[in-house]
Design a binder for this molecule. Structure first.
Ligand SMILES: NC(=O)c1ccc[n+]([C@@H]2O[C@H](COP(=O)([O-])OP(=O)(O)OC[C@H]3O[C@@H](n4cnc5c(N)ncnc54)[C@H](OP(=O)(O)O)[C@@H]3O)[C@@H](O)[C@H]2O)c1
Length: 251
């Protein structure tokens, strides 16, 4: 896919990794719809930066755990840009809660954003991609997608379900729309991380260090452009998923 002039919706695009992806798409020549939930000021700033990079860009507010708001978001983006060629689904509430602390509200909020919101966006926007003969989707996952992460129960289950949904869409929407996933490792520390936390996590990767948001941006752009890749997942995690094999007994 040639990204020049394509319309890309980036959910969670106002802050942090989502912002980096939105600006990466802008720099690559795409027109960028920056979705946000609470980060209105940051969304305005991201849109301004995308415009400085020469991209057409606008911000759109929605709580993606609300099906009506997700559908309204899709309509608003289509209304503003006339089409949507790309979805990058990065929005993802990051709530630490094991079973006992996972209230039904937390469960609904996390699964709502990760799965229901994405389902509605795909349902609203994929038909246009199919009609126009081209489309690409990337979902942002993490290691909880593949390995149980009981301290983040809803998050881990939600990411797994999101990847299941993405794979189903890769099959159903082929050959017109490609659907892939990116699994970032530690690239951007959550607020409150200490130097010790950072060092421990770096040690848990094969490469012994944190990555950079740009590493993830590069992977997303690669998968959007890669016309012969669909239903695939790309780890950008410094080998974090294999680091447990680096024990002395494994030689
Ligand atoms: N940071 C990392 O190193 C890392 C590692 C692995 C995977 N990831 C993945 O990368 C993505 C971005 O992570 P991050 O750490 O950069 O961001 P983050 O700080 O966890 O931000 C959460 C994002 O989700 C959005 N969001 C939360 N609740 C929402 C709701 N109800 N409706 C719609 N949007 C909602 C937020 O929007 P507002 O701010 O506008 O409210 C924000 O954009 C996530 O999918 C995460 O799982 C990140």
């Amino acid at each position: 896919m040639n990204l020049q002039g394509k319309v890309a919706l980036v959910t969670g695009g106002a802050v942090r990794l989502g912002r980096a992806i939105a600006l990466g798409l802008a720099a690559a020549g795409a027109r960028v719809a920056v979705h946000y939930h609470r980060s209105a000021d940051a969304a305005r700033e991201t849109v301004a930066e995308a415009r400085r990079l020469g991209a057409e860009s606008a911000a759109f507010q929605a709580d993606l755990s609300d099906l009506e708001e997700a559908a309204a978001l899709a309509r608003a983006v289509e209304g503003r840009f006339g089409r949507t060629d790309i979805i990058v689904h990065g929005a993802s509430p990051f709530i630490r809660a094991a079973l006992a602390d996972t209230t039904p509200e937390i469960w609904r909020q996390v699964l709502g954003v990760l799965v229901d919101g994405f389902f509605v966006l795909a349902r609203e926007l994929a038909p246009g991609m199919v009609r126009r003969g081209e489309g690409a989707v990337v979902v942002i996952l993490d290691r909880g997608t593949f390995d149980p992460w009981p301290a983040f129960l809803a998050h881990s289950v939600g990411k797994s379900a999101l990847w299941a949904l993405a794979r189903n869409l890769a099959v159903e929407l082929a050959p017109t729309v490609r659907v892939n996933g990116v699994v970032p490792g530690p690239v951007l520390a959550p607020p409150g991380y200490t130097e010790e936390d950072r060092a421990r996590i770096a040690e848990g990767t094969l490469l012994g260090r944190w990555g950079d948001p740009q590493d993830v941006v590069d992977a997303v752009l690669f998968l959007l452009r890669a016309d012969y890749i669909t239903g695939e997942v790309l780890f950008v995690d410094g080998g974090e998923r294999w680091a447990h094999r680096r024990r002395p007994e494994d030689g």
